[in-house]
Design a protein around this ligand. Structure first.
Ligand code: NAD
Ligand code: DAU
Length: 350
């Protein structure tokens, strides 16, 4: 069956994996990658599929209402998978308004564009909003986030994602827009921008630079290989029930310091360093304000209803990720030049 799907944020980390999966798995679909190409968007992330006949790129900001209307008129999409966002918690602490604009207003603009273009014919349409487990706030030492956990965001990033989730559900309840949502845990893998923990530390180990661990390093995250997230998005898009939410996570919790030590060990092996070399780079630095202590997803619903489960173990995924970064030093060089240097100095200066 042929479909046209707009994927927003397809030049970013997760979006590029979703675009690649859909372009290659569904040759009868037309895939439209809508992306403003901010500092986090990079066409090098999808270079390998950009010549595919079912791939289209539109440089478009979701804050531009007329541009969105024109794009919907041009493609008449059957579905939207919305990943475009400001995604880094530390940047949200410095510039919260950027997150309100893109994550909240941009999402409402996209909802309006879909509602307007699809008016009267919601049959076989789908608006899929990709969200995060951070909307649920922080867990204590036990328990998991389920789909019914109360929202309790603590950072400007998670507050903006929470607001966007509420708008998406409101458009379902008020206008019957056929929406579906998922809230996922921390992703890692190829094309991850090196402002986030794992790629930042891989890059710093390569550069022999300090590894800045926030606070006591005992914060816990639940890590999922990005390709497994993309596979879950495929399932939710095609088989998720309208109006429903699905939590996605790897049942794979790591305290930051334990993860960093594993990363150091694997990097030393790959680089031929003597054991313990990279661990010496670990430096405890001042904590992130409002830092959530622990995230952990209960992914029972997506697993029992849609049959999803992660395809790789953490050690396998981390190994694949490290290999990718070691083989793609040019990509790393490109994304860490320019604006990145200023960001890095400001973020880690004290
Ligand atoms: P990313 O920062 O790597 O990519 C974001 C993309 O959105 C970039 O290509 C950027 O150019 C584009 N973009 C930003 N502002 C835009 C605008 N105003 N108009 C159009 N495009 C714009 O993000 P990511 O890590 O790939 O995350 C993608 C989505 O998944 C986000 O919605 C994020 O909240 C969610 N998410 C991320 C994770 C994670 O671990 N990275 C986990 C769960 C959910
Ligand atoms: O949980 C899903 C979320 O995961 C996504 O919604 C976000 O878009 C994504 O950025 C990620 O958020 P985190 O804040 O958890 O990821 P980050 O890689 O920034 O940090 C992971 C942990 O590592 C967190 O406890 C903070 C810590 N950290 C991070 C950096 C960048 C450090 O100790 N030092 C660092 O330099």
């Amino acid at each position: 069956m042929s479909k046209t799907i707009v994927i927003t944020g397809g030049a970013g980390f997760i979006g590029s994996h979703v675009v690649r999966l859909f372009v290659t798995k569904y040759p009868s679909y037309q895939i439209v990658n809508l992306d403003a190409l901010t500092y986090a968007g990079n066409l090098e992330n999808i270079r390998d599929i950009e010549k595919s006949p079912n791939y289209n790129f539109e440089k478009q900001n979701i804050l531009d209402v007329e541009g969105l209307d024109a794009l919907f008129a041009k493609y008449n999409p059957d579905g939207v998978i919305h990943l475009a966002a400001e995604s880094h918690v530390d940047r949200s602490i410095v510039s919260p308004l950027d997150f309100v604009y893109t994550n909240v207003i941009g999402t409402v603009n996209l909802l309006n564009a879909a509602k307007k273009a699809w008016q009267g014919s919601f049959q076989d349409r789908r608006f899929y909003h990709v969200s995060t487990d951070e909307v649920y706030g922080a867990l204590g030492q036990t328990g998991f986030f389920t789909e019914s956990t109360r929202y309790d965001p603590h950072s400007p990033y998670s507050a903006s994602k929470a607001a966007s989730d509420h708008f998406v559900r409101a458009y379902h309840d008020t206008y019957s827009l056929p929406i579906v949502l998922s809230n996922c845990s921390n992703n890692y893998g190829p094309y991850h921008f090196p402002e986030k923990l794992i790629p930042l530390f891989i890059n710093n180990i390569i550069q022999k630079k300090p590894l800045p661990v926030y606070g006591d390093g005992l914060y816990t995250r639940d890590w999922l290989f990005v390709k497994d997230h993309a596979l879950a998005i495929d399932l939710v898009f095609h088989q998720g029930k309208p109006g429903e939410t699905y939590n996605i996570g790897g049942f794979n919790e790591w305290k930051n310091i334990e993860l960093v030590k594993l990363l150091c060990k694997l990097m030393d092996e790959k680089l031929g360093n003597s054991p313990g070399t990279s661990e010496k780079l670990i430096t405890y630095v001042k904590d992130r304000p409002g830092h959530d202590r622990r995230y952990a997803i209960d992914a029972t619903k997506i697993s029992s209803e849609l049959g999803w489960k992660p395809s790789v173990t953490f050690e396998q995924g981390l190994g694949l990720t490290i290999d990718w970064y070691l083989e793609n030093t040019e990509w790393l060089k490109h994304v860490t030049s320019g604006e990145y240097q200023q960001y890095y100095t400001k973020q880690y200066q004290s």
